[in-house]
Design a protein around this ligand. Structure first.
Ligand code: UDP
Length: 612
């Protein structure tokens, strides 16, 4: 595979493209980012020959979907609208409208619940025709199978609307929509079907439960394992979709391996994930944003740490990792080990400066730790008091200056009322404490068995004053409504200096790519789809601020040492070098823009159009 350089010409002018995904107008997880960010580039290539198809969930659709009214629907002359009208005439609840995201694509949404009365038949057909059993009382499976049945009906009506030589490419993402594929093939619907699995279901389960996942992959008995994890139905659907599609694809060379061993089909193509890269006209603009959001992180750090002791924020680097709480898969274990080693190296080195490392993830918690919240509130009060004193001193100094005869600066202390002096002292007294700044910001439901906490306890990496690496574990995603950070995740990323994502299992992994898109350097691993792509297609990636930790065929200890060294080298950079590195990262980020990566999708569609 070569990294393409120019946007491809419009593809297959006689073909329509329907992209089917569970996360159209319905954010559940990562596929939403893939589909949504790809829209502008896809619309650019396919224009009004493109439509998305997904499930209709009223709650989610309300905020993202603008339906056409009956009049608008009746005036549209394209086959997508024609098929919706026909489906409605047959009595189905189906919506055509616009997805309110950049690119404003056309979408068809179908309410899965309307097929619930036919679930018995749908399940029986899946079993008798395709050997897919469905247990009772699994609502997600019921939704998925009902939607699959309705998606099949829509596509069949659409196929009947189309006049040859016009053809249809139907691209299904993930098993949840792929359930429609075997029946479409069985009924010989004239479609050119592409199926993309973003990871295999079984792969994810196995990786979470087997520390030597890659060594055992070749030996897995998929049927037995699917039963063991109680995911037999979904796994059988995934296999049926993989085998039923004309073109079967996945997102990285790593998931190719899973497809071969767990689904028994070699993918026809790898479709890497991109982003919509937003470039600023002036280079300094994104650097300014870094300053601005770093200042907000400073506020958090002051509230969290300075209650116990202070350090120089100007010589502090913010590192972070984020994502689902998969301690081993996301490489949290490796990151912690490397941080402990880095802490030791820094202590020995005599170098100045501190590292604050944030773990942003999701764990069940009762509440934010009241001590952390209170500290934040008191710091706000300290700030208010300082501002009041500043105003008072300012005004009085101005009068004193105007009336001055000797031109000497008056005693500033005397310009402050006793009330403010007292309040200042009292607020600080109530704030300062002798206890250590907590590692975790929240009260976890299961504090005793938490892997991150257990590591820091064991390694005594618990924010001692002498620790040069401080840890903040925030077991909730960052959001503007959170009282601790009060910012968007993207703003938080911009405010940090380095993202650290040395995953052990990561089919793709958007988090380092999201750093790069914002001009923030990032660490990834050769066991993540993104890292693997970078190694193969991005020469001199280290100069572009993308660092890949070797985890394939390396021991934990070797990888931990390599990561320690990477972070160490980063710490050694001076401010000027970091600014230059950020410029480099930002100016190379376009490699990952969908405008460039869309070509992989188009190639898969061309291949599908060649196959019947
Ligand atoms: N993320 C977020 N808020 C946070 C932390 C993470 O929205 O506070 C998002 C992040 O933007 C990324 C996703 O979580 O898109 C994690 O995706 P990734 O592909 O890295 O991992 P996956 O979820 O597929 O395992």
């Amino acid at each position: 595979m070569q990294v393409p350089t120019a946007a491809p010409a419009p593809l297959a002018p006689d073909a329509l493209l329907v992209e089917v995904a569970w996360e159209v107008c319905n954010q559940v997880g990562g596929i939403y980012t893939v589909i949504r960010s790809k829209v502008p580039a896809t619309v650019q290539g396919w224009d009004d020959r493109y439509c998305l198809l997904g499930p209709y969930f009223q709650q989610q659709a309300q905020s993202e979907f603008e339906p056409y009214d009956d009049y608008q629907l009746s005036t549209l002359s394209d086959p997508f609208a024609g098929a919706v009208r026909e489906m409605r005439r047959l009595g189905y609840d189906v919506h055509l409208g616009v997805w309110l995201v950049t690119g404003r694509p056309r979408v068809v949404l179908i309410n899965p619940y309307q097929a619930y009365p036919q679930l018995g038949q749908i399940k029986s057909d899946l079993w008798h025709h395709h050997g897919i059993p469905t247990p009772d009382h699994d609502d997600l499976l019921h939704q998925v199978e009902a939607f699959g049945h309705l998606a099949k009906i829509y596509l069949q009506i659409l196929a009947a609307e189309v006049v040859p030589p016009q053809r249809i490419v139907a691209h299904f993402h993930e098993w949840m929509t792929g359930v429609a594929i075997p029946a479409l093939r069985r009924e010989q619907t004239p479609l050119h079907i592409v199926f993309t699995t973003h990871a295999t279901l079984l792969g994810r389960y196995l990786a979470m439960n087997d520390p030597n996942f890659y060594e055992h992959l070749m030996l897995v008995d998929w049927e037995a394992e699917a039963k063991r994890f109680n995911i037999e139905t979904a796994v059988r659907i995934e296999r049926a979709a993989a085998h039923g599609s004309h073109v079967f694809t996945t997102v990285s060379e790593l998931t190719v391996r899973e497809c071969i061993y767990l689904l028994d089909r070699i993918p026809d193509a790898v479709l890497p994930n991109g982003l919509n890269i937003e470039r600023f006209v002036a280079l300094h603009e994104f650097q300014n944003l870094h300053q601005q959001y770093k200042a907000k992180i400073h506020e958090f750090v002051m509230a969290h740490f300075f209650q116990s002791y202070s350090f120089d924020l100007d010589k502090t680097l913010y590192l972070f990792t984020s994502g689902r709480y998969e301690y081993h898969n996301k490489g949290f274990d490796l990151t912690l080990e490397a941080l402990a080693r880095l802490n030791y190296r820094l202590q020995q080195s005599g170098l100045e400066g501190n590292i604050v490392m944030f773990f942003i993830t999701k764990r069940p918690f009762h509440s934010i730790n009241p001590q952390v919240l209170q500290s934040r509130a008191i710091l706000d009060e300290v700030q208010e008091t300082c501002e009041a004193i500043e105003r008072q001193v300012g005004e009085r100094l101005f009068y004193a200056a105007a009336g001055s005869t000797d031109h000497r600066l008056p005693d500033l202390d005397a310009l402050v009322d006793d009330y403010w002096k007292l309040r200042y002292r009292r607020t600080l007294q109530s704030w300062k404490t002798t206890s250590l700044p907590p590692v975790i910001t929240h009260n976890l439901v299961d504090d005793a068995n938490d892997d991150i906490l257990n590591f820091v306890r064991q390694a005594n990496l618990v924010n001692n004053q002498h620790d040069r690496v401080k840890i903040v574990y925030h077991p909730d995603f960052v959001s503007p409504t959170s009282p601790l950070f009060g910012m968007e995740y993207g703003q938080f990323v911009r405010g940090c200096h380095l993202g650290v994502f040395p995953s052990y299992y990561e089919p793709w992994g958007y988090t380092p790519l999201e750093c790069v898109a914002r001009g923030v350097p990032a660490v990834t691993s050769d066991l993540s789809g993104f890292g693997d792509y970078v190694m193969q297609h991005v020469p001199q990636h280290e100069e572009k601020g993308i660092f890949v930790v070797q985890r394939q065929e390396k021991s934990f200890d070797e990888s931990a040492e390599e990561l320690t060294e990477m972070m160490w080298q980063f710490v050694l950079l001076n401010r000027r070098e970091r600014i230059m590195q950020r410029n480099n990262v930002e100016s190379n980020a376009e490699i990952f823009d969908w405008k460039n990566l869309r070509v992989y999708y188009d190639r898969a569609y061309t291949l599908a159009l060649e196959r019947n």
